[in-house]
Ligand binder design. Structure first.
Ligand SMILES: C[S@@+](CC[C@H](N)C(=O)[O-])C[C@H]1O[C@@H](n2cnc3c(N)ncnc32)[C@H](O)[C@@H]1O
Length: 292
């Protein structure tokens, strides 16, 4: 069924007063989509729902059709020059953004979701988590008229594949950015050790049972020796990253101890030097016992 809800009927819309941005305010997402109902449960459940209840996050879903400017709520037209599919009109997006600005003030960013954009990553998530108000434009069909570029601050892709619409991409960005805001995760520390946050992939985790199908949890994790556990985890993160994403190591600050681990794992001293890694500690020589 085509969603033809007018903007003022839409329950997620705010009352329309103009707001000024406040650094202490919740992180606000305004999402423009042809299918707001796809995203609504996503914003209401689990930690995103809890963050909204705690006043840490606000998600406004805007139905693009409400800005179509015609009684059939039609937002797309065939491409000039011919070819398959339909293209979303730039004037529809312009009207939607103008309304959004009136309601919430100018957003910090207007982000157009497209497979042709730079790939969204943890660094971008960290940058966006510093903002107060992000607007996400979800496309459908063949995407947006190219002139929409003049209305946005950046494009983002969530990977080298093509989906049918931008809603899943918006959901990814919403999750990745919101979890970096203080108070959203139960444990403030947990995102700092996640893959990419430290520059490395995360280390492997284990929980009960300690024995499963003949496989035991690594002994060090049961030792209670926290210094040994921290070193084991760091070494595992280095090993995983070297095996799966060696490209990440070049951008990660590596301590002398990390260098020693990487040398042991087969990386060359020249490579470590090229990455600016700290020099590994020289192994302590065993004292020669004096022969009588
Ligand atoms: C079928 S796609 C359009 C693809 C476009 N013709 C192209 O080849 O670049 C429809 C919409 O889905 C969204 N989309 C699809 N894949 C995406 C991706 N990897 N990252 C972000 N958005 C994506 C975009 O909003 C896009 O406008």
């Amino acid at each position: 069924m085509i969603n033809t809800m007018a903007v003022d009927e839409y329950p997620y819309m705010n009352t329309g007063e103009t707001m000024t941005l406040d650094p202490a305010a919740p992180l606000r997402f305004s999402i423009l989509t042809l299918f707001p109902e796809l995203l609504r449960p996503f914003t209401q459940e689990a930690l995103l729902g809890k963050a909204a209840q705690k006043g840490l996050l606000e998600c406004f879903l805007y139905d693009l059709r409400a800005y179509a400017g015609n009684k059939h709520h039609k937002v797309d037209e065939p491409p000039y020059g011919g070819g398959a599919g339909m293209v979303i009109r730039v004037d529809v997006v312009e009207r939607a953004l103008a309304d959004l600005h009136t309601r919430h003030g100018p957003p910090d960013e207007v982000i157009l979701l497209t497979p042709a954009g730079p790939t969204f990553d943890q660094k971008t998530a960290e940058t966006l988590a510093q903002k107060n108000h992000l607007t996400l434009l979800c496309g459908r069909y063949e995407g947006f008229d190219a002139r929409t570029e003049q209305l946005i601050t950046r494009e983002l892709s969530i990977g080298d594949f093509v989906m049918m619409g931008g809603e899943a991409a918006a959901a990814c960005i919403l999750e990745a950015v919101a979890r970096l805001r203080p108070g959203v995760l139960g444990d403030e520390e947990s995102h700092r050790q996640d893959s990419f946050s430290s520059g490395l992939l995360d280390y492997p985790e284990y929980t009960r049972p300690a024995q499963w199908q003949g496989q035991a949890v690594p002994e060090v994790l049961l030792s209670g020796n926290h210094a040994a556990i921290d070193r084991w985890r760091r070494d595992q993160a280095l090993e995983r990253t070297l095996a799966r994403r060696p490209d990440l190591l070049a951008q990660t600050p590596l301590s002398a101890q990390d260098s020693a681990t990487l040398l042991r794992l087969g990386l060359s001293a020249e490579q470590l030097q090229a990455w600016g890694a700290a020099t590994p500690p020289t192994p302590k020589r065993k004292r020669q016992s004096k022969t009588p």
